[in-house]
Design a protein around this ligand. Structure first.
Ligand SMILES: Cc1cc2nc3c(=O)[nH]c(=O)nc-3n(C[C@H](O)[C@H](O)[C@H](O)COP(=O)(O)O)c2cc1C
Length: 202
């Protein structure tokens, strides 16, 4: 294969979980690559560089069961200004909830993009508990899957992988509750305030 373009599609790219997942991916990648974050706002440079790439890896978070708007805009620009050859498009998507299947609609959106742009859909990794993995020893699970993704892309294998934490729903809910209430407290927001649908006051 030729060069791989890795795109970080997180709106908070420099502080994102996607960045940490890219670092883990690169620990298993020995081929040539370029790295571009959508927050760099140099989309034209990235589109031009894709002319020298055979593969594109999109690494991004799930936002409201779909793609972040910046990534949508990037894909639209890629449809409007395609490289002169089709790409193999791979993805590593991470979501906050417990089930990797939460990512399925977003995976279908990338499939549709490939169909419309004449690109081929390659390897895919669906990560759940995406916010939690990097801060726990379970990160070893995600790292192993990202290295597997790297190996599959290098060998041209269109694998479908998942990475999730070995937690029951009850354990996940308890940990999430503790985390979000703690976050609320650090911003001076009580549990009662966090539970209300009144976000703008009367
Ligand atoms: C605006 C917004 C929408 C989100 N929507 C979902 C969602 O629909 N389902 C889900 O499981 N996680 C959702 N999340 C959680 C993110 O996917 C998760 O925090 C992810 O790890 C962020 O990755 P990043 O740091 O690479 O941006 C959402 C987060 C934000 C900020």
């Amino acid at each position: 294969m030729g060069k791989l373009m890795i795109v970080n599609g997180s709106p908070r790219a420099p502080k994102s979980n996607s960045k940490l997942y890219i670092q883990a991916f690169l620990s298993g990648w020995s081929g040539a690559y370029e790295l571009y974050s959508l927050t760099q706002r140099r989309q034209e440079d990235c589109l031009a560089s894709l002319e020298q790439c055979s593969d594109l890896l999109l690494v991004f978070p799930l936002y409201t069961d779909g793609l972040p708007s910046g990534l949508m805009a990037f894909l639209q620009a890629l449809l409007a200004q395609p490289p002169s050859h089709p790409l193999r498009v791979h993805m590593a998507i991470n979501c906050g909830f417990l089930e990797p299947s939460q990512n399925d609609v977003a995976v279908d959106m990338i499939r549709l993009f490939c169909k419309r742009g004449g690109h081929s859909f390659g390897a895919c990794l669906r990560i759940s508990c995406g916010e939690a993995f990097p801060t726990t020893p379970f990160m070893a699970i995600a790292r192993r899957k990202l290295r597997k993704l790297a190996s599959a892309i290098a060998k041209g294998r269109p694998v479908q992988l998942t990475a999730s934490m070995p937690l029951t729903k009850r354990m996940f809910l308890r940990a999430a509750q503790r985390y979000w209430l703690g976050r609320g407290r650090s911003f001076g927001v009580s549990e009662e305030e966090m539970s209300t649908l009144e976000i703008e006051g009367p």
